[in-house]
Design a protein around this ligand. Structure first.
Ligand SMILES: [Zn+2]
Ligand SMILES: [Zn+2]
Length: 337
């Protein structure tokens, strides 16, 4: 599936790629749709898609079918998962141990296809072998789960804390599942509807309906009126960022996980932020370390994301899958070729 620009996704027959030196080629066993793809299809993406046309999709797991000269660590037949980017290793951010902020992140697309060639930098830094017991449909969650892991680490979520996650899209749920795995008390906030009803059956959290009354009061009450230790926005809406700050307790941490539209801003209660020592954090993307931790969490069953897949479709139906997501009628769609 080739992205030619906003609203223009085409099915095209391309040759199976041959690996250049340092590259590997995978047959894609499973790909997942992502909200980012929906946004990109609507308006493009300046960072992930610097030029068009390009192959499309970025969450996938596959099997190595060809190995380029000089690649020693992978062999034909290996099952692997690859991140959708690789840091340069040489810039100031990489040197400071924050490769998610790399000034030269190399992005890779092409999950919605039968084969994908992975560039040398990705092969060297961000491709992880899979245990035979980990199905591709779960392994493909490594990329979004790695983003959630980075966020959970940034917010220092630990056992016994009360953690509120506002937004119950797949990433909000992965964040909640990780917090629950760390034995935090998790409160998930969403809006009633089929997704809410389906997900609230998962027992990792208490579920609160955001449309029922004053949500901030309800959330503060969730921790005896004190406010939560950590509040995570997983919606990317400025008004929800404000609610997240309002719902956190003294000394608490607010994690802004959802990216808002360019040019937006929020109001901030300076008195509370100072005298209550609030910590306001951003979290962006993932690192080679969180990609590996994500694969471990999926392999060991710390996170079982199967319920976040609402549909399975063949490759030809990627366009329809992304439409369903845009209309709020799908969580994640598993694409199988
Ligand atoms: Zn994604
Ligand atoms: Zn870098």
């Amino acid at each position: 599936m080739v992205f030619h620009g906003p609203g223009d996704l085409r099915r095209e027959d391309l040759p199976v790629p041959a690996p250049a030196p340092g590259e590997i080629v995978l047959r894609i066993d499973a790909a997942l749709t992502c909200g980012t793809d929906v946004k990109t299809l609507r308006r493009g993406h300046p960072v992930m898609i610097p030029k068009v046309p390009t192959v499309f999709g970025h969450e996938f797991a596959g099997t190595v079918t060809a190995v380029g000269a000089g690649v020693a660590q992978f062999h034909e037949g290996d099952r692997v998962v690859a991140a959708n980017s690789a840091p340069c290793g040489g810039c100031v951010s990489c040197g400071a141990g924050r490769p998610n902020l790399c000034e030269d992140l190399l992005f890779v697309n092409g999950a919605y296809g039968e084969y994908i060639a992975l560039p040398p930098r990705l092969v060297a830094r961000n491709v992880v072998p899979l245990a035979s017991s980990l199905p591709a449909s779960r392994a493909a969650f490594a990329e979004p789960l790695a983003c959630a892991l980075l966020a959970v680490e940034r917010a220092r979520i630990e056992a016994g804390q009360t953690v509120i996650v506002i937004g119950h899209g797949p990433l909000g749920c992965l964040l909640g599942m990780l917090a629950a795995a760390r034995r935090a008390r998790v409160v998930m906030v969403g809006k009633t509807g089929w997704r809410f009803e389906r997900l609230r059956r998962l027992e990792f959290a208490r579920w609160v309906d955001a449309s029922a009354g004053n949500v901030v009061e309800v959330l503060r009450a969730a921790n005896g009126g004190r406010g939560a230790d950590v509040v995570v926005d997983a919606t990317g809406r400025p008004e929800v960022w404000e609610q997240a700050v309002d719902a956190v307790g003294r000394g608490g941490r607010v994690l802004f996980f959802g990216g808002c539209a360019p040019g937006t801003s929020i109001r901030l209660d300076t008195r509370r932020t100072h005298y209550e020592e609030l910590t306001l954090l951003g979290a962006f993307h993932h690192t080679p370390a969180t990609i590996r931790s994500a694969v471990d969490a999926l392999a060991s069953g710390v996170v079982v994301p199967d319920e976040l897949i609402s549909h399975r479709m063949p490759l030809e139906e990627v366009g329809r899958a992304l439409e369903l997501m845009a209309k709020g009628e799908a969580l994640k769609v598993l694409i199988e070729s």
